[in-house]
Write a protein that binds this ligand. Structure first.
Ligand code: OGA
Ligand code: MN
Length: 295
């Protein structure tokens, strides 16, 4: 099915359901995603409200705080409260703090200066090629193109639940190898990866450490083979899983507004990015929070 993100039809904007939950004003979207309307992250959040935010995050898998005006320190403070931040190892991409990375198509002297500068990006899971992939990614919209550059989130608990019994039994306990070659395949699967590209095998179906839900943990951009299966069988099963897990029925399409601070759960979602006009600036400030070893 959706080899390229462009093949996925635009997912209609869902007005969502307004709700008040433990002091939070929310708009919940289907099949995942929730907007939080009444929190200003430049101010300290009381513990009860912060706990409610995490609860909604675990329920909705993707949360977005609308209308924020955040400096790096505000974003770092929120990120550190969620957990230990990962350090950006690609030095040229690190921002003013070693945990900050900018995603943008900004150029200096004709060269891109930030990570993931242009175009669409296939569905993937951040850092799934490492032993402890990020649990959260926290992206703040600082400059946006007039159209395009939407980020798609596919609910992988829903995707797992929708598998037939036979496929669930077939993938139980299997591990798949995730590889990321940023130089050869930052946004689309590399036809050949460097032997030095970071890689790690993880369970295909993992259990969320907080909610106990099972989720699919493979993705088209980075997952290359299934351990213990012959090449042809591994390829066939992976393609079947990729097509299934990217089904628009599981996808929330986020249309960015300036000042959005969005946090997704990499343990329960895939994300992808749509193309946008390379002549317009798209600038995001990004943090990732270290996760557990998938089990
Ligand atoms: C990321 C990422 C998507 C986007 O920061 O990990 O995939 O919409 N970004 O820029
Ligand atoms: Mn990503």
């Amino acid at each position: 099915m959706a080899m390229q993100v462009a093949n996925i039809p635009e997912i209609a904007a869902d007005p969502g359901r307004k709700e008040t939950y433990k002091g939070l004003e929310l708009i919940r979207h289907a099949p995942c995603g929730a907007e939080i309307l009444n929190v200003d992250l430049t101010r300290p959040l009381g513990q009860d409200l912060f706990d409610a935010v995490l609860e909604v995050w675990h329920q909705a898998r993707v949360i977005v705080f609308r209308d924020q005006n955040l400096g790096p320190d505000d974003q770092l403070r929120f990120g550190r409260r969620v957990g230990e931040l990962s350090i950006i190892h690609t030095e040229k991409f690190a921002g003013e703090d070693p945990a900050i990375m900018y995603i943008s198509n900004v150029k200096e002297d004709g060269e891109f200066v930030h990570a993931l500068p242009v175009g669409e990006m296939m569905f993937h899971i951040d850092q799934c090629y490492t032993p402890n992939p990020a649990k959260a990614t926290i992206l703040y919209a600082m400059e946006l193109p007039k159209t395009g550059g939407n980020t798609l989130f596919a609910d992988q608990v829903a995707a797992y639940d929708a598998l037939d019994t036979e496929t669930k039994a077939r993938i139980e306990g299997l591990r798949a190898l995730n590889v990321y070659d940023y130089d050869a395949g930052a946004t689309h699967t590399a036809s050949e990866v460097s032997p030095d590209a970071p890689r790690h095998a993880h369970l295909i179906a993992r259990t969320h450490p907080v909610t106990g839900e099972k989720a699919l943990f493979v993705n088209r951009l980075m997952t290359r083979s299934i351990n213990g299966l012959a090449e042809a069988e591994s390829r066939q099963l992976l393609e079947q899983l990729f097509d299934h897990q990217e089904n628009p029925a599981f996808v929330y399409e986020h249309r960015w507004r300036l000042g959005d601070l969005l946090m997704w759960d990499n343990r329960a979602t895939l994300h992808a990015r749509r193309d946008f006009n390379a002549q317009e600036t798209r600038l995001m400030r990004r943090l990732t929070v270290l996760g557990e070893t998938p089990a």
